[in-house]
Design a protein around this ligand. Structure first.
Ligand SMILES: C[S@@+](CC[C@H](N)C(=O)[O-])C[C@H]1O[C@@H](n2cnc3c(N)ncnc32)[C@H](O)[C@@H]1O
Length: 215
């Protein structure tokens, strides 16, 4: 992740969302020339651990530590957002918040795909339509891949160029898909992604009516 974060500009404001103990954000603040760090984490114990770690940093970087849900208020003007293993729906909220805050980069590694993930019901319905209903394990894999496709298209429709790749081997973590999004506002890509997103959302079979934000 540090190699990824080394792409952001010197002096950048980085947000570490669903941060846990903020190992990614704090190590980045210690080793990379970022200018400010905001940490967003809802679990008080992890926030406390993060606060203790801030006290051990050798580099002097302003850290705004927020004990909050990622759906809460975000600072404006951040250059980059990182969210490593953001649980379930938190990945979707991070995408929406990064878009709203007009962040230049988002580095998102989704984690689990529970029932709270907004596109999962739709993904399962599409998997069934494709003939996966009798093959539960395959059905789930198809559906979770569709969830990540919807996330990718949502970002692209909002003006980001997205590259999805395995950032570490699957033996280190099975949740190793990195969505690297860079804001380009390329009109052609945005229009094409919006059309594909509409098709994915509203095309066949469309029976479940799963909730979906418009890009
Ligand atoms: C799997 S951990 C990953 C932590 C850290 N990013 C890392 O990779 O070490 C997910 C973290 O996200 C936090 N989290 C999950 N949903 C959240 C939400 N909606 N708002 C804020 N934090 C959330 C959890 O409390 C947990 O600390």
């Amino acid at each position: 992740m540090l190699r990824e974060l080394s792409r952001i500009r010197r002096g950048a404001h980085l947000i570490d969302a669903a941060a846990g103990k903020a190992s990614v954000g704090l190590v980045a603040a210690e080793l990379l020339p970022i200018g400010a760090l905001t940490v967003i984490e809802r679990d008080p114990k992890r926030v406390a651990a993060c606060r203790a770690a801030i006290g051990r940093m050798s580099r002097s970087v302003p850290v705004d530590l927020r004990e909050s849900d990622v759906s809460g208020e975000w600072p404006t003007g951040a250059d980059a957002v990182v969210a490593l293993h953001a649980c379930g729906r938190a990945s979707d909220t991070v995408i929406d918040r990064a878009i709203e805050s007009d962040a230049r980069f988002l580095f998102l590694v989704p984690c689990c795909y529970g029932a709270d993930v907004p596109f999962l019901a739709r993904g399962l319905a599409l998997a069934d339509e494709l003939g996966a209903a009798a093959h539960q394990n395959v059905r789930r894999r198809v559906a979770t891949s569709l969830v990540d496709l919807e996330r990718t298209l949502r970002l692209e429709a909002a003006g980001y160029e997205v590259e999805a790749h395995d950032f570490v081997g699957a033996t280190i973590t099975p949740h190793n898909l990195l969505l690297r999004a860079r804001r380009t506002r390329a009109a052609k890509r945005m229009a094409s992604a919006a059309a594909r997103l509409a098709e994915l959302t509203n095309g066949t079979p469309g029976a479940d009516g799963a909730a979906m934000r418009t890009p």
